[in-house]
Design a protein around this ligand. Structure first.
Ligand code: SF4
Ligand code: SF4
Length: 319
């Protein structure tokens, strides 16, 4: 069996996207050489879309992966994102992405983690810079990523936005508001006007790893989904994901081994300012501030990830 292929501005690429967050400094913190080797392995196995972001710190990993794969850059789709707000900051972010990945254009550039329509308006300078970069041929398409169903719904009709990168998994895990049904309604609106959608966190940030094969199939086979970004940090994970996305059987042993890799919510103490925003967000009473720093009760934490976007300092990660 082969991958389901999708069209991206004249390129035909598999639906499975190599997500580079999990190997990056924010999560596993793999050296760029090591991460790049895994990206190169995935590209040699047929993947053609790599997803990254300015804040991930994975541009060096992506550059090495492309170089080591020997695949022509024009066969690849590279997507990235930035949290920046102003025109100038976004101009710099575009140049930084091209410089650090050693590429001359970016296929897709998103406003990263838009929290609300107000936040979107506040970032109109950055959006204007993306529009201009598209006119100049520096980027191919633009869009937003958001964890908020309400925000995605309000922005679903904005004709400037061509791609939406939204939370999508069978349990609705990680949505900061709304339900999975609400999210599906929003995605239908987006698709109705011809814009496109790629899924983030198909395994709910790790929480659905115990049912990984079933959860991945649920996302990949959903007709609303154009593509799926999935973090990978080993050749084994690449193998398993390719098998699932090409409808091949996954051995019980491989599935078990990957499902038992421990994950937990980690607090970067050097970033935490003890503001308590995470505590206010958590419905499980699993995180609280003590002596100026957030502490996680692993017993109560269900790895839903709701507290992560609430943190103004990006001090929380599921690792
Ligand atoms: S929201 Fe972030 S910065 Fe604030 S206490 Fe929690 S972890 Fe620390
Ligand atoms: S502490 Fe755990 S349970 Fe609470 S919001 Fe964060 S990830 Fe979810």
């Amino acid at each position: 069996m082969n991958f389901k292929m999708i069209q991206f501005l004249g390129k035909e690429v598999p639906q499975l996207i190599f997500g580079s967050l999990t190997m990056a400094p924010l999560q596993r913190n793999m050296p760029a050489e090591e991460g790049g080797k895994i990206i190169a392995y995935a590209l040699k196995k047929g993947l053609r879309w790599i997803d990254t972001a300015q804040m991930y710190g994975s541009y060096p990993h992506v550059r090495i992966g492309i170089e080591q794969s020997g695949i022509n850059r024009d066969e690849l789709v590279i997507s990235t994102k930035s949290l920046c707000k102003t025109y100038k900051e976004m101009e710099e972010a575009i140049n930084e992405a091209m410089d650090e990945m050693n590429i001359t254009y970016i296929d897709l550039f998103l406003l990263h983690a838009v929290r609300s329509p107000e936040d979107f308006l506040d970032r109109s300078g950055a959006l204007n810079a993306l529009t201009e970069a598209k006119r100049l041929g520096k980027i191919g398409a633009l869009g937003i990523s958001t964890h908020s169903t309400i925000c995605a719904g309000i922005l679903s009709g904005d004709e400037r936005l061509e791609w939406y990168h939204l939370m999508f998994n069978k349990k609705g895990t990680g949505l900061t508001d709304g339900t999975l049904d609400d999210q599906i309604k929003v995605i239908k609106e987006i698709k109705k006007r011809g814009a496109r959608f790629y899924a983030m966190k198909p395994l709910g940030g790790g929480y659905l790893k115990g049912m990984a094969e079933e959860a991945l199939k649920w996302v990949k086979d959903n007709p609303l989904v154009d593509a799926v970004a999935l973090g990978m940090t080993s050749e084994e994970e690449v193998e398993m994901n390719i098998r699932v996305f090409t409808d091949q059987a996954v051995s019980e042993e491989l599935s078990y081994r990957l499902s038992t890799i421990e994950k937990r919510l980690f607090v970067f103490n050097n970033l935490c300012i003890g503001c308590g925003e995470c505590e206010k967000t958590c419905e499980q009473s699993a995180i609280f501030v003590k002596e100026g720093k957030a502490l996680v009760s692993e017993e109560n934490c269900i790895l839903c990830g709701y507290c992560i976007p609430a943190c103004p300092k990006f001090a929380l990660r599921i690792i």
